[in-house]
Design a protein around this ligand. Sequence first.
Ligand code: SF4
Length: 216
Amino acid sequence: MNNEILCTGDIKKVLEILAETYPDAKCELVHATPFQLLAAVMLSAQTTDKKVNQVTDDLFVLYSDAKHMAEADPAEVERIIRPLGMYRTKTANLINMSRMLVEKYGGQVPEDQKLLEELPGIGRKSANVVMADAFGHQRIAVDTHVFRVSNRIGLVHEKNVTDTEKALMKVLPEDQWTANHHRLIWHGRKLCTARSPKCDACPLRSICLKYGMDSR
Ligand code: SF4
């Protein structure tokens, strides 16, 4: 056995414990439609879901769908999303993405991973989130939390997010990819934080390969 990865039995235990600990884990970006989720995910780069929700609360009143966003005044969008940082780039991406949705897909968000990744400002992780949480497909969107937590626990042992996604797809049951992705994110936010993980309070401490490691 590779001692940098847990055995199958321990992976099963980890998944059971995560399911018990985070029974309500779900996407925390507030949205009413696939377009609003797509926009919120794009805005969430380098900031928190909480801040995105505060901003989209106002943004979606004015620009609730792709058609309205495509015709938005960039200065007005910049003013609203400024608290999120990178607001000029995000505004340009948001408006260009909306124009593309209107021109190519009648204002609808395509239910297609590849087409989503062609939209301005949307990469593989964001497309995975939309496929999972807007359209109900099983996906593992590897963000900073999923990457850090799954490698610390020993579910996988990989150097980058792309390989981590591929490896997780092999070790996690496919019908629970999305649920486990949310549970890993919640665990990363609440206990297995980037700095000073709360190992002594962690329900995975008897299994995790990095239990009690120094904060880093
Ligand atoms: S024991 Fe520590 S490093 Fe391991 S999952 Fe829990 S908090 Fe993270």
